[in-house]
Design a protein around this ligand. Structure first.
Ligand code: PHE
Length: 486
Protein backbone atom coordinates (compact mmCIF):
# COMPACT_ATOMS: atom_id res chain seq x y z
CA UNK A 1 0.00 0.00 0.00
CA UNK A 2 1.46 3.37 -1.05
CA UNK A 3 -0.08 5.51 1.58
CA UNK A 4 1.98 8.67 2.01
CA UNK A 5 1.34 9.14 5.64
CA UNK A 6 2.04 5.96 7.55
CA UNK A 7 -0.15 6.98 10.47
CA UNK A 8 -3.29 7.18 8.35
CA UNK A 9 -5.38 4.15 7.67
CA UNK A 10 -6.06 3.48 4.00
CA UNK A 11 -7.71 1.22 1.49
CA UNK A 12 -5.67 -1.81 0.57
CA UNK A 13 -6.72 -2.70 -2.92
CA UNK A 14 -8.08 -1.16 -6.06
CA UNK A 15 -11.34 -3.04 -5.73
CA UNK A 16 -11.49 -1.97 -2.12
CA UNK A 17 -11.51 1.72 -3.07
CA UNK A 18 -14.18 1.33 -5.68
CA UNK A 19 -16.23 -0.90 -3.42
CA UNK A 20 -16.00 1.55 -0.54
CA UNK A 21 -16.80 4.62 -2.63
CA UNK A 22 -19.59 2.78 -4.42
CA UNK A 23 -20.72 1.43 -1.06
CA UNK A 24 -21.04 4.99 0.15
CA UNK A 25 -22.88 6.14 -2.95
CA UNK A 26 -25.20 3.16 -3.25
CA UNK A 27 -27.66 3.05 -0.40
CA UNK A 28 -31.13 4.12 0.61
CA UNK A 29 -30.72 7.05 -1.77
CA UNK A 30 -30.92 4.71 -4.73
CA UNK A 31 -33.50 2.24 -3.55
CA UNK A 32 -35.68 4.19 -1.14
CA UNK A 33 -35.35 7.86 -2.08
CA UNK A 34 -34.87 7.78 -5.86
CA UNK A 35 -38.11 5.89 -6.63
CA UNK A 36 -40.18 7.99 -4.25
CA UNK A 37 -38.99 11.37 -5.53
CA UNK A 38 -39.37 10.15 -9.11
CA UNK A 39 -42.95 9.29 -8.12
CA UNK A 40 -43.57 12.71 -6.57
CA UNK A 41 -42.06 14.53 -9.53
CA UNK A 42 -43.96 12.72 -12.23
CA UNK A 43 -41.54 10.18 -13.73
CA UNK A 44 -39.42 10.19 -16.88
CA UNK A 45 -38.94 13.95 -17.37
CA UNK A 46 -37.54 14.21 -13.84
CA UNK A 47 -35.23 11.26 -14.49
CA UNK A 48 -33.79 12.97 -17.57
CA UNK A 49 -33.00 16.12 -15.60
CA UNK A 50 -31.48 13.96 -12.88
CA UNK A 51 -29.22 12.25 -15.43
CA UNK A 52 -28.04 15.60 -16.80
CA UNK A 53 -27.21 16.73 -13.24
CA UNK A 54 -25.28 13.52 -12.62
CA UNK A 55 -23.23 13.78 -15.82
CA UNK A 56 -22.46 17.51 -15.88
CA UNK A 57 -22.29 18.31 -12.17
CA UNK A 58 -22.11 15.10 -10.12
CA UNK A 59 -19.24 13.38 -11.93
CA UNK A 60 -16.88 16.40 -11.95
CA UNK A 61 -17.66 17.19 -8.30
CA UNK A 62 -16.87 13.61 -7.33
CA UNK A 63 -13.50 13.79 -9.06
CA UNK A 64 -12.92 17.18 -7.41
CA UNK A 65 -13.57 15.74 -3.96
CA UNK A 66 -11.27 12.75 -4.49
CA UNK A 67 -8.60 15.07 -5.77
CA UNK A 68 -8.83 17.50 -2.86
CA UNK A 69 -8.75 14.67 -0.31
CA UNK A 70 -5.83 12.84 -1.85
CA UNK A 71 -3.85 16.03 -2.34
CA UNK A 72 -4.35 17.20 1.24
CA UNK A 73 -4.33 13.77 2.97
CA UNK A 74 -6.84 15.16 5.41
CA UNK A 75 -10.48 15.27 6.47
CA UNK A 76 -13.19 17.52 5.01
CA UNK A 77 -12.23 20.59 7.05
CA UNK A 78 -8.48 19.98 7.34
CA UNK A 79 -8.17 19.55 3.57
CA UNK A 80 -9.30 23.10 2.90
CA UNK A 81 -7.14 24.45 5.73
CA UNK A 82 -4.11 22.75 4.27
CA UNK A 83 -4.69 23.62 0.61
CA UNK A 84 -5.89 27.18 1.23
CA UNK A 85 -4.39 28.27 4.57
CA UNK A 86 -5.75 31.39 6.27
CA UNK A 87 -8.80 31.64 4.06
CA UNK A 88 -12.49 30.97 4.84
CA UNK A 89 -12.58 27.95 2.50
CA UNK A 90 -12.61 25.58 5.47
CA UNK A 91 -16.21 26.72 6.05
CA UNK A 92 -17.14 24.42 3.18
CA UNK A 93 -15.94 21.56 5.33
CA UNK A 94 -17.90 22.81 8.31
CA UNK A 95 -21.06 23.01 6.25
CA UNK A 96 -20.38 19.42 5.22
CA UNK A 97 -20.19 18.43 8.89
CA UNK A 98 -23.58 20.04 9.45
CA UNK A 99 -25.00 18.13 6.50
CA UNK A 100 -23.51 14.89 7.84
CA UNK A 101 -25.31 15.32 11.17
CA UNK A 102 -28.60 16.10 9.47
CA UNK A 103 -28.46 13.35 6.86
CA UNK A 104 -27.43 10.60 9.22
CA UNK A 105 -30.26 11.53 11.59
CA UNK A 106 -33.05 10.69 9.20
CA UNK A 107 -31.00 8.10 7.32
CA UNK A 108 -30.74 6.04 10.48
CA UNK A 109 -34.52 6.12 10.87
CA UNK A 110 -35.15 4.76 7.37
CA UNK A 111 -32.39 2.19 7.78
CA UNK A 112 -34.22 1.13 10.95
CA UNK A 113 -37.33 0.52 8.85
CA UNK A 114 -35.33 -1.92 6.72
CA UNK A 115 -34.38 -3.84 9.90
CA UNK A 116 -38.05 -4.03 10.83
CA UNK A 117 -38.85 -5.38 7.37
CA UNK A 118 -36.20 -8.08 7.71
CA UNK A 119 -37.93 -9.22 10.90
CA UNK A 120 -41.39 -9.03 9.32
CA UNK A 121 -40.18 -10.99 6.31
CA UNK A 122 -38.64 -13.71 8.47
CA UNK A 123 -41.99 -14.17 10.20
CA UNK A 124 -43.84 -14.10 6.88
CA UNK A 125 -45.96 -11.22 8.13
CA UNK A 126 -46.89 -9.90 4.70
CA UNK A 127 -48.25 -13.18 3.35
CA UNK A 128 -51.90 -12.91 2.28
CA UNK A 129 -51.93 -9.17 3.00
CA UNK A 130 -53.57 -6.91 0.40
CA UNK A 131 -51.63 -3.90 -0.97
CA UNK A 132 -53.86 -1.65 1.15
CA UNK A 133 -53.24 -3.63 4.31
CA UNK A 134 -49.48 -3.48 3.72
CA UNK A 135 -49.70 0.29 3.29
CA UNK A 136 -51.72 0.57 6.48
CA UNK A 137 -49.29 -1.51 8.47
CA UNK A 138 -46.33 0.54 7.28
CA UNK A 139 -48.09 3.79 8.14
CA UNK A 140 -48.92 2.54 11.60
CA UNK A 141 -45.39 1.34 12.19
CA UNK A 142 -43.53 4.53 11.23
CA UNK A 143 -45.98 6.85 12.95
CA UNK A 144 -46.50 4.71 16.03
CA UNK A 145 -50.19 5.54 16.01
CA UNK A 146 -51.96 2.22 15.69
CA UNK A 147 -55.09 1.64 17.80
CA UNK A 148 -54.72 -2.09 17.59
CA UNK A 149 -51.46 -1.80 19.47
CA UNK A 150 -49.49 -4.39 17.47
CA UNK A 151 -46.97 -2.14 15.71
CA UNK A 152 -48.24 1.07 17.10
CA UNK A 153 -45.81 2.02 19.84
CA UNK A 154 -43.87 5.24 19.31
CA UNK A 155 -40.65 3.59 20.46
CA UNK A 156 -40.93 0.74 17.98
CA UNK A 157 -39.25 2.44 14.97
CA UNK A 158 -36.85 4.15 17.37
CA UNK A 159 -35.66 0.82 18.70
CA UNK A 160 -34.63 -0.26 15.18
CA UNK A 161 -33.06 3.11 14.46
CA UNK A 162 -30.94 2.90 17.62
CA UNK A 163 -29.84 -0.62 16.68
CA UNK A 164 -28.76 0.60 13.25
CA UNK A 165 -26.83 3.54 14.68
CA UNK A 166 -25.05 1.24 17.12
CA UNK A 167 -24.02 -0.97 14.23
CA UNK A 168 -22.75 2.02 12.26
CA UNK A 169 -20.65 3.13 15.21
CA UNK A 170 -19.38 -0.44 15.64
CA UNK A 171 -18.08 -0.61 12.08
CA UNK A 172 -16.40 2.78 12.38
CA UNK A 173 -14.63 1.63 15.54
CA UNK A 174 -13.21 -1.29 13.55
CA UNK A 175 -11.16 1.19 11.44
CA UNK A 176 -11.10 1.88 7.72
CA UNK A 177 -9.59 -1.31 6.31
CA UNK A 178 -11.24 -3.85 8.54
CA UNK A 179 -14.54 -2.08 8.65
CA UNK A 180 -15.55 -0.45 5.43
CA UNK A 181 -13.72 -2.52 2.87
CA UNK A 182 -14.58 -5.97 4.12
CA UNK A 183 -18.33 -5.39 4.10
CA UNK A 184 -18.56 -3.65 0.76
CA UNK A 185 -16.75 -6.18 -1.37
CA UNK A 186 -19.12 -9.10 -1.63
CA UNK A 187 -22.49 -7.73 -0.69
CA UNK A 188 -22.99 -4.93 -3.23
CA UNK A 189 -22.78 -7.26 -6.25
CA UNK A 190 -25.28 -9.54 -4.51
CA UNK A 191 -27.71 -6.66 -4.13
CA UNK A 192 -27.42 -5.97 -7.85
CA UNK A 193 -28.37 -9.55 -8.68
CA UNK A 194 -31.43 -9.48 -6.42
CA UNK A 195 -32.62 -6.20 -7.91
CA UNK A 196 -32.32 -7.59 -11.43
CA UNK A 197 -34.44 -10.60 -10.42
CA UNK A 198 -37.01 -8.22 -8.95
CA UNK A 199 -37.01 -6.22 -12.20
CA UNK A 200 -37.86 -9.30 -14.19
CA UNK A 201 -40.63 -10.25 -11.81
CA UNK A 202 -42.08 -6.73 -11.65
CA UNK A 203 -42.11 -6.29 -15.42
CA UNK A 204 -43.86 -9.62 -15.90
CA UNK A 205 -46.75 -8.61 -13.58
CA UNK A 206 -50.11 -7.94 -15.20
CA UNK A 207 -50.69 -4.21 -15.69
CA UNK A 208 -47.00 -3.31 -15.27
CA UNK A 209 -46.51 -1.60 -18.65
CA UNK A 210 -47.92 1.71 -17.39
CA UNK A 211 -45.05 1.72 -14.88
CA UNK A 212 -42.44 1.23 -17.56
CA UNK A 213 -43.99 4.11 -19.50
CA UNK A 214 -43.99 6.29 -16.39
CA UNK A 215 -40.23 5.71 -16.15
CA UNK A 216 -39.28 6.18 -19.77
CA UNK A 217 -41.86 8.41 -21.49
CA UNK A 218 -41.33 12.02 -20.40
CA UNK A 219 -44.38 14.15 -19.57
CA UNK A 220 -42.84 17.60 -19.31
CA UNK A 221 -46.05 19.06 -17.96
CA UNK A 222 -45.72 16.94 -14.81
CA UNK A 223 -42.62 18.89 -13.71
CA UNK A 224 -42.91 21.43 -10.92
CA UNK A 225 -40.56 24.35 -10.27
CA UNK A 226 -39.17 22.47 -7.32
CA UNK A 227 -38.54 19.32 -9.42
CA UNK A 228 -35.31 20.68 -10.87
CA UNK A 229 -33.83 21.36 -7.43
CA UNK A 230 -35.06 17.96 -6.25
CA UNK A 231 -33.17 16.39 -9.16
CA UNK A 232 -29.97 18.29 -8.45
CA UNK A 233 -30.20 17.72 -4.72
CA UNK A 234 -30.73 14.05 -5.23
CA UNK A 235 -27.76 13.82 -7.63
CA UNK A 236 -25.60 15.07 -4.74
CA UNK A 237 -27.28 12.91 -2.14
CA UNK A 238 -27.09 9.77 -4.22
CA UNK A 239 -23.44 10.21 -5.17
CA UNK A 240 -22.50 11.18 -1.56
CA UNK A 241 -21.25 14.57 -2.72
CA UNK A 242 -21.07 18.10 -1.40
CA UNK A 243 -20.27 17.32 2.25
CA UNK A 244 -16.78 15.93 2.15
CA UNK A 245 -17.45 12.20 2.16
CA UNK A 246 -15.45 11.72 -1.00
CA UNK A 247 -12.82 14.17 0.25
CA UNK A 248 -12.42 12.00 3.34
CA UNK A 249 -12.36 8.79 1.28
CA UNK A 250 -10.06 10.44 -1.27
CA UNK A 251 -7.56 10.96 1.52
CA UNK A 252 -7.41 7.19 1.99
CA UNK A 253 -6.76 6.47 -1.71
CA UNK A 254 -3.19 5.63 -2.77
CA UNK A 255 -1.24 7.89 -5.13
CA UNK A 256 -1.18 5.36 -7.95
CA UNK A 257 -4.94 5.07 -8.34
CA UNK A 258 -6.64 6.68 -11.28
CA UNK A 259 -9.16 9.06 -9.72
CA UNK A 260 -10.99 9.86 -12.97
CA UNK A 261 -11.70 6.22 -13.74
CA UNK A 262 -12.79 5.57 -10.16
CA UNK A 263 -15.21 8.53 -10.25
CA UNK A 264 -16.77 7.40 -13.49
CA UNK A 265 -17.11 3.80 -12.33
CA UNK A 266 -18.79 4.86 -9.09
CA UNK A 267 -21.09 7.30 -10.89
CA UNK A 268 -22.20 4.68 -13.40
CA UNK A 269 -22.72 1.98 -10.78
CA UNK A 270 -24.79 4.33 -8.61
CA UNK A 271 -26.96 5.51 -11.49
CA UNK A 272 -27.49 2.00 -12.78
CA UNK A 273 -28.67 0.75 -9.39
CA UNK A 274 -31.10 3.65 -9.03
CA UNK A 275 -32.59 3.05 -12.47
CA UNK A 276 -32.85 -0.69 -11.84
CA UNK A 277 -34.53 0.00 -8.52
CA UNK A 278 -37.02 2.23 -10.32
CA UNK A 279 -37.65 -0.55 -12.77
CA UNK A 280 -38.41 -2.93 -9.92
CA UNK A 281 -40.77 -0.48 -8.21
CA UNK A 282 -42.87 1.37 -10.81
CA UNK A 283 -44.17 -1.56 -12.84
CA UNK A 284 -45.30 -3.06 -9.52
CA UNK A 285 -46.75 0.27 -8.32
CA UNK A 286 -49.02 0.36 -11.36
CA UNK A 287 -49.76 -3.37 -11.31
CA UNK A 288 -50.97 -3.19 -7.69
CA UNK A 289 -52.76 0.13 -8.04
CA UNK A 290 -50.51 2.04 -5.61
CA UNK A 291 -50.33 5.85 -5.93
CA UNK A 292 -46.82 6.66 -7.38
CA UNK A 293 -46.59 9.96 -5.45
CA UNK A 294 -47.20 8.54 -1.95
CA UNK A 295 -43.81 9.70 -0.76
CA UNK A 296 -41.24 8.08 1.55
CA UNK A 297 -43.22 4.88 2.05
CA UNK A 298 -43.26 3.94 -1.63
CA UNK A 299 -40.68 1.15 -1.61
CA UNK A 300 -41.88 -0.23 1.69
CA UNK A 301 -45.50 -0.51 0.61
CA UNK A 302 -44.75 -1.75 -2.92
CA UNK A 303 -42.12 -4.44 -2.68
CA UNK A 304 -43.85 -6.80 -0.22
CA UNK A 305 -46.55 -7.22 -2.89
CA UNK A 306 -43.93 -8.26 -5.41
CA UNK A 307 -42.54 -10.82 -2.96
CA UNK A 308 -46.07 -12.10 -2.35
CA UNK A 309 -46.53 -12.50 -6.10
CA UNK A 310 -43.38 -14.64 -6.28
CA UNK A 311 -44.94 -17.56 -4.47
CA UNK A 312 -42.97 -19.63 -1.98
CA UNK A 313 -39.53 -18.29 -2.76
CA UNK A 314 -40.85 -14.74 -2.40
CA UNK A 315 -40.27 -14.83 1.33
CA UNK A 316 -36.64 -15.87 0.92
CA UNK A 317 -36.09 -13.15 -1.67
CA UNK A 318 -37.76 -10.65 0.60
CA UNK A 319 -35.47 -11.53 3.48
CA UNK A 320 -32.38 -11.36 1.29
CA UNK A 321 -33.47 -8.07 -0.28
CA UNK A 322 -34.06 -6.26 2.99
CA UNK A 323 -30.88 -7.66 4.56
CA UNK A 324 -28.86 -6.41 1.60
CA UNK A 325 -30.67 -3.07 1.65
CA UNK A 326 -29.76 -2.72 5.31
CA UNK A 327 -26.13 -3.49 4.43
CA UNK A 328 -26.21 -0.95 1.58
CA UNK A 329 -27.54 1.57 4.09
CA UNK A 330 -24.74 0.62 6.50
CA UNK A 331 -21.93 1.12 3.96
CA UNK A 332 -23.41 4.58 3.31
CA UNK A 333 -24.01 5.51 6.92
CA UNK A 334 -20.44 4.64 7.90
CA UNK A 335 -19.21 6.97 5.16
CA UNK A 336 -21.30 9.77 6.67
CA UNK A 337 -20.14 9.12 10.22
CA UNK A 338 -16.54 8.83 9.01
CA UNK A 339 -16.66 12.47 7.84
CA UNK A 340 -17.43 13.56 11.40
CA UNK A 341 -15.06 11.13 13.11
CA UNK A 342 -12.13 11.95 10.79
CA UNK A 343 -12.68 15.64 11.54
CA UNK A 344 -12.97 15.25 15.30
CA UNK A 345 -9.97 12.97 15.57
CA UNK A 346 -7.64 14.87 13.24
CA UNK A 347 -8.59 18.47 13.92
CA UNK A 348 -9.85 18.33 17.51
CA UNK A 349 -7.44 15.65 18.71
CA UNK A 350 -10.16 13.42 20.11
CA UNK A 351 -9.37 9.74 19.90
CA UNK A 352 -11.43 7.91 17.29
CA UNK A 353 -13.31 5.97 19.91
CA UNK A 354 -14.49 9.03 21.82
CA UNK A 355 -15.25 10.88 18.58
CA UNK A 356 -17.39 8.00 17.35
CA UNK A 357 -19.33 7.62 20.56
CA UNK A 358 -20.04 11.33 21.03
CA UNK A 359 -21.16 11.96 17.46
CA UNK A 360 -23.27 8.80 17.35
CA UNK A 361 -25.13 9.81 20.49
CA UNK A 362 -25.93 13.29 19.14
CA UNK A 363 -27.03 11.96 15.75
CA UNK A 364 -29.14 9.20 17.26
CA UNK A 365 -30.91 11.74 19.42
CA UNK A 366 -31.68 13.95 16.42
CA UNK A 367 -32.86 10.82 14.61
CA UNK A 368 -35.30 10.05 17.42
CA UNK A 369 -36.83 13.50 16.88
CA UNK A 370 -37.07 12.72 13.14
CA UNK A 371 -38.86 9.49 13.83
CA UNK A 372 -41.24 11.13 16.29
CA UNK A 373 -42.00 13.84 13.73
CA UNK A 374 -43.73 11.21 11.60
CA UNK A 375 -46.23 10.48 14.33
CA UNK A 376 -46.76 12.02 17.74
CA UNK A 377 -44.57 15.09 17.22
CA UNK A 378 -45.73 16.93 14.12
CA UNK A 379 -44.16 20.36 14.43
CA UNK A 380 -43.50 21.84 10.95
CA UNK A 381 -40.74 24.09 9.65
CA UNK A 382 -40.79 26.51 6.69
CA UNK A 383 -38.25 25.76 3.97
CA UNK A 384 -37.28 28.13 1.17
CA UNK A 385 -39.12 26.84 -1.85
CA UNK A 386 -41.77 28.29 -4.12
CA UNK A 387 -45.14 27.28 -2.67
CA UNK A 388 -48.79 27.81 -3.56
CA UNK A 389 -49.22 30.48 -0.87
CA UNK A 390 -49.54 34.23 -1.43
CA UNK A 391 -47.01 36.98 -0.74
CA UNK A 392 -43.87 36.36 1.31
CA UNK A 393 -45.17 32.97 2.40
CA UNK A 394 -45.04 32.01 -1.25
CA UNK A 395 -41.33 31.29 -0.86
CA UNK A 396 -41.82 28.81 1.91
CA UNK A 397 -43.24 25.32 2.10
CA UNK A 398 -43.92 23.66 5.45
CA UNK A 399 -42.16 20.42 6.30
CA UNK A 400 -41.99 18.20 9.39
CA UNK A 401 -38.59 17.70 11.10
CA UNK A 402 -37.76 14.52 9.14
CA UNK A 403 -38.52 16.10 5.76
CA UNK A 404 -37.03 19.42 6.82
CA UNK A 405 -33.63 17.86 7.56
CA UNK A 406 -33.81 15.97 4.28
CA UNK A 407 -34.72 19.10 2.26
CA UNK A 408 -32.24 21.43 3.95
CA UNK A 409 -29.34 19.02 3.57
CA UNK A 410 -30.01 17.50 0.15
CA UNK A 411 -31.48 20.50 -1.60
CA UNK A 412 -29.39 23.26 -0.06
CA UNK A 413 -26.28 22.26 1.89
CA UNK A 414 -25.05 19.60 -0.55
CA UNK A 415 -25.47 21.64 -3.75
CA UNK A 416 -23.91 24.69 -2.07
CA UNK A 417 -21.06 22.47 -0.87
CA UNK A 418 -20.71 21.14 -4.42
CA UNK A 419 -20.62 24.69 -5.75
CA UNK A 420 -17.79 25.60 -3.38
CA UNK A 421 -15.88 22.42 -4.19
CA UNK A 422 -16.04 22.88 -7.95
CA UNK A 423 -15.08 26.55 -7.64
CA UNK A 424 -12.23 25.59 -5.30
CA UNK A 425 -10.76 23.12 -7.77
CA UNK A 426 -11.55 25.26 -10.83
CA UNK A 427 -10.39 28.64 -9.57
CA UNK A 428 -8.51 28.40 -6.30
CA UNK A 429 -6.30 25.31 -6.28
CA UNK A 430 -2.93 25.51 -8.00
CA UNK A 431 -3.14 24.22 -11.57
CA UNK A 432 -0.02 22.12 -11.09
CA UNK A 433 -1.56 20.41 -8.06
CA UNK A 434 -4.74 19.58 -9.93
CA UNK A 435 -2.75 18.33 -12.92
CA UNK A 436 -0.56 16.16 -10.74
CA UNK A 437 -3.56 14.51 -9.09
CA UNK A 438 -5.14 13.88 -12.48
CA UNK A 439 -1.98 12.36 -14.01
CA UNK A 440 -1.51 8.65 -14.09
CA UNK A 441 2.04 7.38 -13.91
CA UNK A 442 3.18 10.89 -14.68
CA UNK A 443 1.11 11.17 -17.87
CA UNK A 444 -1.75 13.64 -18.24
CA UNK A 445 -3.82 13.73 -21.38
CA UNK A 446 -4.39 17.39 -22.08
CA UNK A 447 -7.95 16.93 -23.40
CA UNK A 448 -8.90 15.29 -20.09
CA UNK A 449 -7.62 18.25 -18.10
CA UNK A 450 -9.25 20.83 -20.38
CA UNK A 451 -12.68 19.18 -20.17
CA UNK A 452 -12.49 18.68 -16.40
CA UNK A 453 -11.25 22.23 -15.85
CA UNK A 454 -14.10 23.64 -17.96
CA UNK A 455 -16.67 21.61 -16.04
CA UNK A 456 -15.31 22.78 -12.69
CA UNK A 457 -14.81 26.41 -13.66
CA UNK A 458 -18.09 27.00 -15.48
CA UNK A 459 -20.54 24.18 -16.06
CA UNK A 460 -20.94 22.86 -12.50
CA UNK A 461 -21.06 26.21 -10.64
CA UNK A 462 -23.30 27.96 -13.17
CA UNK A 463 -25.52 24.87 -13.43
CA UNK A 464 -26.03 24.84 -9.65
CA UNK A 465 -26.77 28.59 -9.54
CA UNK A 466 -29.22 28.20 -12.42
CA UNK A 467 -31.09 25.46 -10.58
CA UNK A 468 -31.43 27.62 -7.44
CA UNK A 469 -32.79 30.51 -9.49
CA UNK A 470 -35.15 28.17 -11.26
CA UNK A 471 -36.43 26.80 -7.97
CA UNK A 472 -37.20 30.30 -6.76
CA UNK A 473 -39.13 31.03 -9.91
CA UNK A 474 -36.59 33.70 -10.96
CA UNK A 475 -35.89 31.99 -14.27
CA UNK A 476 -39.58 31.72 -14.96
CA UNK A 477 -40.16 35.37 -14.08
CA UNK A 478 -37.40 36.48 -16.47
CA UNK A 479 -38.86 34.35 -19.25
CA UNK A 480 -42.35 35.70 -18.66
CA UNK A 481 -40.97 39.23 -18.63
CA UNK A 482 -39.60 38.74 -22.12
CA UNK A 483 -42.79 37.01 -23.17
CA UNK A 484 -41.11 33.62 -23.72
CA UNK A 485 -42.76 30.30 -23.01
CA UNK A 486 -41.15 28.01 -20.42
N1 PHE B 1 -25.30 8.29 -1.12
C1 PHE B 1 -25.95 7.68 0.00
C2 PHE B 1 -27.18 6.95 -0.52
O1 PHE B 1 -27.53 7.09 -1.67
C3 PHE B 1 -26.29 8.63 1.09
C4 PHE B 1 -25.18 9.58 1.44
C5 PHE B 1 -25.36 10.94 1.32
C6 PHE B 1 -23.94 9.10 1.87
C7 PHE B 1 -24.34 11.82 1.58
C8 PHE B 1 -22.91 9.98 2.16
C9 PHE B 1 -23.11 11.34 2.01
O2 PHE B 1 -27.83 6.25 0.20
Amino acid sequence: MENLNPKRDGFTSKFGIIAAAAGSAIGLGNIWKFPYIVGINGGAAFILIYLVCIALIGAPVMLSEFLIGRRAQKNAVGSFKKLAPNTPWFLTGWMGLGAAFMILSFYGVVAGWTFFYVVKMIFGAFKDMSPDAIGGMFGNFISGTNDAGTFGEWWHPIMYQVAFMALTAGVILGGVKNGIEKYSKILMPMLLVIIIILDIKAISLKGSSAGVEFLFKPEWGALKLSSVLDALGHAFFSLSLGMGTMITYGSYIGKKENLGVTSIQVTIADTLIALLAGLAIFPAVFAFGIEPGVGPGLVFVTLPNVFNAMGNIGQLFGIMFFVLLAVAALTSSISILEVVVAYLSEEMNLDRKKATIISTIIITFMGILCSLSLGPFTQTFPILELSEAEGFARFFTQYGFFDALDKISANFLLPIGGLMISVFVGWKMKNEDVKEELSNNGVLRIGYFVVFDFLCKFVAPLGIIFVFLYNLGVVKAVFTFFGWEI
